[in-house]
Structure formats: structure tokens, C-alpha cells
Design a protein around this ligand. Structure first.
Ligand SMILES: Nc1ncnc2c1ncn2[C@@H]1O[C@H](COP(=O)(O)OP(=O)(O)OP(=O)(O)O)[C@@H](O)[C@H]1O
Length: 833
């Protein structure tokens, strides 16, 4: 990115000079957010010094609250009279209540509260004589007669003096040569301690001294101090030694020094921070805020009719928008609604289907417009606001949609966050709670580790492509069942085709083998969901599948209106059963934070502060500097940074181009797909028509390599279509051709899957295998200790064993064994929540 010359070179130079690591930079920033929350509460009436334009209240901070008496007392900007006799930072000393002090100033770390306690114990402003003598003992002084007392009294007075006054005195002073070498050594140690103090560096943020600049500022302050300090101040510091007390004594003087010495640095850091300000996101959408919106939260588990009810309102409305988590689901709604006679258009990243006269639109949530007005909007799977990478799209839709009525469908995990948001936006919230149409029944018998036990209508869920094909092969080899296959890398069209094949009764494809992609968006006639395993690769290591996902997937069994309204779920192996039950029993974990990501305009503003960095570095810096309110987190941008790094060398892309290219749907672990994205960007940067440059496969895949190739080809075409919708149309002129090719490849993929009976290959090669243990893979441990709710065991022969409440896990196992011995061929138990 060629940009103008650096206005922030100083800051960057400091960053380089001090080798500030990312981790070091990040940790205090987090703290700093929490300080800021405290700030709003405690410092709302606190004024700042306008002459320096340093809004102390803007960042917290504890120090400022603590330092208030000192700032107030001499600064003409603070007319309120203050107690000159108050000791620096020891506001509690005035009321003599250490605890109330530490809570009232919102001290957040242990060291700070320890410090305040120590001040209170040693404090003298509470005119407690014992404290004075304690102080002298603790400080290692010997109080011998009047001389000792007056020396201590002098230091006590010094400690009570206004730091601004002290600073002014220092400014006008000349070097003191009376100090002994040992005193200078002590002072050096004290300043070293000060420079290393996390508390001080954190508090310095309040005056916009950034963490990277802090060591330089301390160094400069030290030089100044050594040149100027009086014997009195030096001896006072020496008596404190390298301690928190010394840090807190020096800090307000340091603040004065920085404000006077580094106004440019302060201004620069301040503008960088404010350009990365993501606080109060509800204020980003003034038009939506001007509306009186009604939010209806359809809250409940899977298969409880949430989406059905929301869609009824959507179809009744004059103008409606449905926001989907998946292209597939947007297509389903588009088809369903049009079939019912409501004209509806489709908008996803890859396709725009405009239906004439339509006032309704089904779109993917990332594509939702916050400019258009609607009567009714539906945001499906609202709990995805908490998704670590895509959550921002749901947050944006909820905050920004201009709709009179917004229906949110989802589980209860984000209910509290939505309540909080509505209280901030002023929207009226209505909650509608749902129960599953029919309870999900856990089959305790499991498949006993044998895939021969699959039955018609079963869906076997595995969490890797390799396992999916292994399971399909095994089932087709050892039974008469034929399998359809659904996993994430398949195009939505192929997934739908496989779903239809499975739902259709007039063929032999009666078993489905699927990944977690089956958890959302497809209406399937599933009788029983069987978990082949309950661990999955998370991009880094093998982890237990989270309980929310287990619930979502298991909930696919027994949909209302399907052939199997009673849903069953179980595992392949008995050993996994406890974890499955555990997950189903877990209440929905309450989400505390939801995702945000800056708009391009916000990134652009920030880029103005850091002109000579790469786009990936810019994003990294943004992540480090951005400020967020307590209910939000910055969505992960690792994927975006990888693409940004790949495109770095391409000249001629504007910042906006780079930003948009980074959101293109690409599998960053697939080198071929990454190669094509880079090629597309290169062509685009040269302003020449971007060609597809990809041969069409001759037929369906004959082995797994060819199948993988088809998948990649489809992804590249999908990327081309996405880019054509996000960049100048004329640069991507082969849209028609790309659409045709994509459709053909989706069909070829469907045909390939039907006959696929080969050993699967791995796209990455390097992915860790599931760790084998005796009896299978590494299983997640069950966390169940007790059953705390009513549990009822039943056999399929309508004979019930019931035992209410607090059934120990061992008891459950014993009962299950008894039921087996009792000759029951199929044993299940049901939780009545
Ligand atoms: N009142 C109803 N009349 C007829 N069918 C209904 C009704 N309510 C729901 N259904 C059907 O029940 C099935 C599940 O409903 P729906 O998809 O709305 O559930 P959900 O709670 O949104 O589930 P999920 O979160 O899994 O999508 C759908 O096939 C839907 O068409």
C-alpha cells in the first residue's frame, strides 16, 4: 500500500525500538477495556484538563480517580476546592475506610488494591498516630528523638504535597549533588521498578501514553528527575525503596511531565485509539435508532417451530427480509415462499435472483442491507452472533436492520445479550418460548460399535471427510443400505440433491452419512441420529464436539411433518454414550459477548494513522488498539490476514479492494483455491478482464483425488461469482460461464457421490489423526456426576422404570445393564426436563 509519508513514524519507531511483543501489547489492552467500563461509572462527573485535551475520563482510570485530589487542588481548571493535605492516591485515607476506597475507585488488580491497603495502613492523612509510627517502622526508620521525628514529618508532608506543585518545583530546580552514591543507586532501582510496573504502564494509557512508548517516556522522565530532584524528594523516595509506594508517589509527577513533554505523542496515540473505537455499536445505525422497532425473540431448542412461526409473519408482511446463516437455507426459503405464492427474490454472496414484483427477499446474513426498509425481518439462528468469525454479521443485522418488526429465531444462549441490546437501542422486546414438538429419545443400547446395526432412516454423523467416506464404504459393504453423503465442502446444490435422494422413499438410498453440515438448514426425514464419534478437528487439534453443536445435530432427528416425528439419537459405541447424554442435558451456555468487525470506513480511518504498514499488519494493529464495550468481542481475522498476506505483493490494489478480497469465500488450507484467488486479484489489479482459466472435468469422479478436484473447482467458481458481485461487473465478465460450470460440477459431484466407494484422501495431508486408544479414539470425558433432573428409563415394550431425581451415574449404568439382561432388544431412556 503506497501511502503518504508517515505521520506516526515516531510511534512506530518506538514500537520497533522496544520490541513490544504482540502478547505484551494485547494483555493490557484487555485490561484497559475493563478499566474503561469502570470509568463510565466512577468518573462520569470527572473533568479533564482542557488545555491538554486529554480526556482522562475517556480511559478509566484508576489512577486518575485516585489522583483526583492532586489534580483538583492546584489546577485552575478544577474549581472545586480540594484537600491539599490529602496524600497522593490515598483518597480512602480521608474517610479512613480502606475497603470502601478500593471499591469506590474500582481497583482492578491485586497489586493496586494491595497498594491502597498499604497506604491506608501506613497512611497519615487519617491523623492516626499509630499509623505514623507503623509507617516509620515499616519503612525501616529508627525514630530517635526529635531529629528523627521531624525528618519523618518532613517526608510525610512531602507525600501529602500536590504533585503538580512538586513537578513545578522540579522543573525550576538545579541538580542536587549532595546525594551519596548509594542513594543514586537506590533511585536507579526505583526508576527501574517504575519502568517495569504494569500498573503504571496501564494507568499511563489514561493520558494516551501507549504501552510501546511508555519505556521511552520513563527513561526521559528518569533523566529529567536525576537532573532536578531535591535531596528531600530523593530521600523520601529512597526511604520508600523500589516499591509500589514509590511508583504511586512518582506516577502523578510522571503524568505532569508527559503532558508537558510529549503532547505530539499523546495526540497521535489518542487519534489512533479513537480511530479504532468500536464502542457503542448501536449508535452506528442512526436510522434504525430513529425507528420504534419491535423485536420478537423466538426462543427454543431445535424442531420447536421457531422458524415456521417467524416465516408466517414474514410472508404476511408487505415487505419482508429473511436473513439466513447459509446459502442453502436462503435457497430453501426462497423456493418455499415462492411455491406458496409470495414473490421472493434471492440474494447471497454468489447469486442474485430477482423475482419480478417481489417485495420479499431471502438472503444470507452477510448480504443484508441496512439501507432498505422492511415491515418484517427474520434473523435465523441468532445465537450465531457469538460465532468467533462470522458473529459480526448477525450483530450488524440486529443493530442495523430498518424493520418495524424483527423476528429472531434461536436457542436461549443469547437471550440476555439481546435483552441488553434492546435496552440500549430502545427497541421493544417480546419473548416467545418454545418446547420441542416431541422429546428427543436417547437410545442407550447404541450400535454396539457395529455399523451393521444401522437401519433405514439413520443418519450417521462423523466429523471429518475421511470418516464420512469410510463409514459410507463400510455400510454399503456390510449391509444392503445405500448412503447419501452431506458435508461442508459440497456445494449447496449437491447437498440439497443428496438430501432429496435420502428423503425420497422410492429409492435404495435410505441412510445418510453426514458431517456437522447437517445441523442446519436441511429438512430431512431422519429417524435416528447416530454419532460415529464425538470428537473433531478444530483446525488445530482434536477436541470434543461442543454440547451446543451436539444438541443441534441430534435435534435433526424426528422433525415435525417428516416420516419420523419421534426422534432418536445414539452413538456408535457404548463408551461415547455418556458424553452424548451429558451434552443433551447441558443447559444452553449463556453467551456474554457477541461478535463485531469494523466496516471498511473504520479500517480506512485507522489506516490513516498507520500509513506505511501492510494490510495484514494494519488489521493486527487494529485488533490490538480497538476498544470494545463489555458485551462485544472482535471477530477473529486470522483467515482474513492469511489472504491479506498472500495478496500483499500485488501492486495496484486499493485498501478497499484488499479489504473486499479478504472476505472472498476461500478455503485457506487449499493451495489450489488460494492460487486462483491470487490470480483473480492480480488480473483485477491490472484492470483486465478476469478469466476463469479452468478446464471443465469430463465426467464424474473415479477416485477421491478426482472428487477433491471437483470440490476445489466448484469452490473456485463460487469465489469467482462472489467476486463478480462485490467488484466492478466488467472486470468479471464470465459470470454466465461460471454459473453454468458451477451447476455442471455440482451435478458431477452428486453423480460421483452416488457411486463413491473408494478410500478417501486428505486434502491437507497434515491433519492429525484421531488418537487411537484401546477400544477406539480418544473420547471426551463425561462430566456427568449426578442426574439432577427427573429421569425416566423406558423400554420400547412400553415398560417404564422410573426414578426421580439425583440418580447417580452408577445407578443409571446398572439399570441399563439390567434392562439389557431383561432381554429388551432396544433400550432407551428419556429425560423429562
Ligand atoms: N404450526 C406448524 N404447522 C405445521 N408444521 C410446522 C408447524 N410448526 C413447525 N412445523 C414444521 O416443523 C418443522 C420444524 O419447524 P421449524 O423449522 O420452524 O423449527 P425450528 O425450531 O426453527 O428448528 P431449527 O432450529 O432446527 O430450524 C418444520 O418442518 C416445520 O415446517
Amino acid at each position: 500500500m503506497a501511502r503518504g509519508s508517515s505521520v506516526t513514524s515516531l510511534l512506530r519507531r518506538y514500537t520497533r525500538r522496544t520490541h513490544v511483543s504482540r502478547a505484551r501489547f494485547l494483555v493490557p489492552i484487555q485490561k484497559f477495556h475493563s478499566l474503561r467500563q469502570f470509568d463510565g461509572r466512577v468518573l462520569e462527573n470527572f473533568q479533564f484538563n482542557p488545555s491538554f485535551d486529554v480526556p482522562f475520563a475517556q480511559f478509566s482510570t484508576t489512577s486518575i480517580a485516585l489522583a483526583r485530589p492532586q489534580f483538583l487542588c492546584t489546577n485552575p481548571n478544577f474549581p472545586i476546592s480540594s484537600r491539599i493535605d490529602s496524600r497522593p492516591f490515598a483518597s480512602s485515607a480521608q474517610d479512613g475506610d480502606a475497603n470502601s476506597n478500593s471499591s469506590s475507585v474500582g481497583l482492578e488488580d491485586d497489586s493496586s488494591s494491595r497498594f491502597v491497603n498499604s497506604i491506608t495502613h501506613h497512611g497519615v492523612a487519617d491523623s492516626d498516630e499509630d499509623s505514623v509510627s507503623d509507617s516509620s517502622i515499616i519503612e525501616g526508620e529508627t525514630c530517635n528523638g526529635d531529629e528523627g521525628s521531624s525528618e519523618i514529618a518532613g517526608r510525610v508532608n512531602l507525600a501529602l504535597r500536590d504533585p503538580i506543585e512538586l513537578y513545578r518545583e522540579l522543573r525550576g530546580a538545579v541538580r542536587n549533588d549532595k546525594l551519596r552514591k548509594s542513594d543514586w543507586d537506590s533511585l536507579r532501582e526505583i526508576f527501574y521498578y517504575f519502568g517495569k510496573s504494569g500498573w503504571a504502564s496501564n494507568q499511563a494509557l489514561a493520558i494516551y501514553i501507549g504501552l510501546s512508548f511508555f519505556p521511552t517516556a520513563v527513561h526521559s522522565f528518569r533523566n529529567f528527575f536525576f537532573k532536578k530532584c531535591s535531596a528531600e524528594i530523593a530521600m523520601h523516595l529512597v526511604s520508600l525503596g523500589p516499591s509500589d509506594d514509590a511508583v504511586k508517589f512518582l506516577f502523578p509527577i510522571f503524568v505532569e511531565y508527559c503532558i508537558e513533554e510529549f503532547p505530539d505523542e499523546i495526540k497521535r496515540f489518542k487519534s489512533m485509539i479513537s480511530s479504532a473505537d468500536l464502542t457503542k455499536p448501536h449508535t452506528w445505525f442512526p436510522f434504525a435508532r430513529a425507528m420504534k422497532r419491535k423485536i420478537i425473540y423466538h426462543c427454543g431448542p431445535t424442531n420447536s417451530g421457531k422458524t415456521y412461526n417467524a416465516l408466517q409473519r414474514f410472508m404476511e408482511a408487505k415487505r419482508g427480509i429473511y436473513c439466513s446463516p447459509l446459502r442453502l437455507l436462503a435457497m430453501e426459503v426462497f423456493d418455499k415462499v415462492n411455491a406458496l405464492g409470495v414473490y421472493c427474490s434471492l440474494l447471497t454472496g454468489q447469486e442474485k435472483k430477482s423475482v419480478p414484483f417481489s417485495n420479499h427477499i431471502a438472503c444470507t446474513v452477510e448480504m443484508v442491507s441496512t439501507d432498505d426498509e422492511y415491515d418484517v425481518a427474520v434473523i435465523d439462528e441468532i445465537q450465531m452472533m457469538a460465532d468467533s468469525s462470522r458473529g459480526y454479521a448477525w450483530t450488524r443485522a440486529l443493530l442495523g436492520l430498518k424493520a418495524d418488526e424483527i423476528h429472531l429465531c434461536g436457542d436461549p444462549s443469547v437471550l440476555d445479550v439481546v435483552r441488553k441490546i434492546c435496552s440500549e437501542t430502545g427497541d421493544e422486546l417480546h419473548e416467545q418460548h418454545y418446547e420441542r414438538f416431541k422429546p428427543l429419545v436417547v437410545e442407550a443400547k447404541t450400535l454396539l460399535g457395529d455399523l451393521k446395526n444401522v437401519r433405514s432412516g439413520d443418519c450417521v454423523v462423523a466429523f471429518s471427510r475421511r470418516e464420512i467416506f469410510e463409514v459410507k464404504m463400510a455400510i454399503e459393504k456390510h449391509t444392503n443400505h445405500r448412503c447419501c453423503v452431506i458435508y461442508g465442502a459440497l456445494p449447496p446444490e449437491t447437498r440439497r440433491q443428496q438430501a432429496n435422494l435420502f428423503n425420497d422413499q422410492d429409492n435404495e438410498y435410505d441412510v445418510l452419512v453426514a458431517s456437522d453440515a447437517v445441523g442446519m438448514g436441511l429438512n430431512l426425514n431422519i429417524r435416528r441420529v447416530i454419532f460415529y464419534s464425538l470428537s473433531k478437528y478444530n483446525g488445530d487439534k482434536i477436541v470434543p464436539v461442543p454440547s451446543s453443536q451436539v444438541k443441534q445435530i441430534a435435534g435433526r432427528a424426528g422433525r415435525r411433518g417428516s416420516r419420523y416425528p419421534d426422534g432418536l439419537t445414539t452413538t456408535l459405541r457404548l463408551e461415547d454414550l455418556d458424553y452424548l447424554i451429558d451434552c443433551l442435558k447441558q443447559p444452553f451456555a449463556e453467551v456474554k459477548k457477541i461478535g463485531l468487525f469494523p466496516f471498511f470506513e473504520q479500517v480506512e480511518l485507522f489506516a490513516g494513522q498507520l500509513p506505511n504498514v501492510t494490510f495484514a499488519q494494519l488489521l493486527e494493529k487494529f485488533g490490538q488498539s480497538c476498544r470494545l464495550d463489555g458485551s462485544y468481542f472482535l471477530c477473529s481475522h486470522e483467515h482474513i490476514k492469511k489472504v491479506a498476506n498472500m495478496l500483499e505483493k500485488i501492486q495496484g490494489l486499493s485498501l478497499e479492494d484488499r479489504f473486499n478480497f479478504c472476505f472472498a469465500p476461500v478455503n485457506i488450507r487449499d493451495p489450489k483455491a488460494m492460487f486462483h484467488l491470487r490470480r483473480f486479484a492480480e488480473y483485477y489489479s491490472q484492470n483486465v478482464p478476469v478469466s476463469i482459466q479452468m478446464g471443465m472435468p469430463k465426467g464424474s469422479a473415479r477416485n477421491d483425488t478426482e472428487l477433491l478436484d471437483l470440490e476445489t473447482k466448484h469452490q473456485v467458481l463460487s469465489m469467482y461469482l462472489w467476486l463478480s458481485n462485490h467488484f466492478k461487473k466488467e472486470t468479471f465478465p464470465y459470470v454466465k460461464r461460471a454459473e453454468e460450470m458451477a451447476t455442471d460440477i455440482a451435478n458431477l459431484l452428486g453423480q460421483s457421490l452416488i457411486k463413491a466407494n473408494w478410500k478417501p484422501e486428505s486434502r491437507q495431508g497434515g491433519r492429525p489423526k484421531l488418537e487411537k486408544k484401546e477400544g477406539g479414539y480418544q473420547r471426551p470425558d463425561s462430566q456427568i456426576e449426578l442426574f439432577t433432573k427427573t429421569v425416566r428409563f423406558l423400554t420400547m415394550g412400553d415398560k417404564y422404570w422410573s426414578c426421580d431425581c439425583m440418580v447417580l451415574e452408577k445407578t443409571r449404568k446398572r439399570l441399563t445393564e439390567e434392562m439389557f439382561r431383561g432381554g429388551s432388544s432396544l433400550v432407551s431412556f428419556r429425560y423429562l426436563h
